[in-house]
Design a protein around this ligand. Sequence first.
Ligand SMILES: [Zn+2]
Length: 495
Amino acid sequence: MLATNRQNLLQSREQPCNIMAFHGSIRPTVCGNLFPSSEVGHKYFCVNTTTTGSTSTGLSATPNPSAPNAPTGTPRHPTSLGGSTGGGAAVPQPHSSPASEVPSPAEMEPDRPIGYGAFGVVWSVTDPRDGRKVALKKMPNVFQNLVSCKRVFRELRMLCFFKHDNVLSALDILQPPQIDCFEEIYVITELMQSDLHKVIVSPQPLTTDHIKVFLYQILRGLKYLHSAGILHRDIKPGNLLVNSNCLLKICDFGLARVEEPDPSRHMTQEVVTQYYRAPEVLMGSRHYDSAIDIWSVGCIFAELLGRRILFQAQSPIQQLDLITDLLGTPPLSAMASACEGARAHILRGPHKPPSLSVLYMLSDGATHEAVHLLCRMLVFDPAKRISGSDALSHPYLDEGRLRYHTCMCQCCYSVPSGRVYTRDFEPPADRPFSHSYEDSMLSVWQGKELIHRFITEHQQGKRVPLCINPQSAAFKTFIRSTAWHSSKVSRKEER
Ligand SMILES: [Zn+2]
């Protein structure tokens, strides 16, 4: 079996469809697992997968019958439920079969594009070191100007900084060429099977269990990001990657930045996809905080319940009108940071009473508890909106927490006598993300040197370095790929 696998890998390495190659003449002396073997096995409650990278997640509508059901009034701490090993249905995922086995047909798929983020193109590719499918993100136009240089370096450093199961991080960065030829950066991340947008628009049933475990993971990841001082600024279903086991990871940090503590410093309003954009951003506030991400989560929560976009407007003004249709005309105090024109627009219009009761009509899953949490997220005034960590304490998420830590997480483990739970279910970052390096970047050339050095140092002592295989047919397509709106946004002021 192993020999066959090696042969397959050798063959696949010679196939021109493979984008990545080993750097120089180095041969793979180590073929470690890209995914730890602990990811395979008995902990998934939600299986029935389709092939890796397909547009369907194969989400099962059947909840695992052996997973413990949290009764009403369940204590917050899952250990108090008897520490069941849970999990039940033990079906390994096709994408995470051990390296000693022949790659599945899905793993033999040729390299192909799978997505276009705010800044960059993502491909599904084969890692020639172990034959696994991984995601390869090309960050284009890096050295166009100082703004894009800083933005890409920020995203790169963030991807290497993240250590959280619900936040996508860099597994590797491809070896850059000599600095004179250094134009693009390629980052390898874990390949996820789908995203929440595709799940929502698919005909697959979404149970309350699904919604709870998704929402729990979104907030768990956001709490980590916010504790590191990072605002994502583009939380939307398409940026929430999911696997068929319902594991969720926040991705695409092309618009992310660190929090600005000084309220007099202006921040850009060119953030967040319109449907998920918080009212303070729509109203031209020049300073905002992590509450904008929570607003987006509220919109996604409602979308999960109703299977349709909550505020689907044609323009930012109509977007604001749809919000006030639901929440009612905000008081003046909630518009303190709004620009004059936006405030005048609200005051000019008719006085609207709130109509939050329509949220109960989203679906049968819109229970009193669900709507209560939703209404704490969809608060017009950002200062009064619930925080990520407070939202995690809401009783609605108890079952999601239980489900996640009983059969999905990496932080708890099972022993014959039961489940050993972690001490902190929603850990914050161990330190804030530092962005002080940005101030020292004064020119594109200096930025190029900094990024080149960063990648080279990041790789030291790690696995056999990879580089792009310029002979591959796929590469010729890949090299031409650019993000559809990168040029539109990248020239704008970042902050
Ligand atoms: Zn856990």
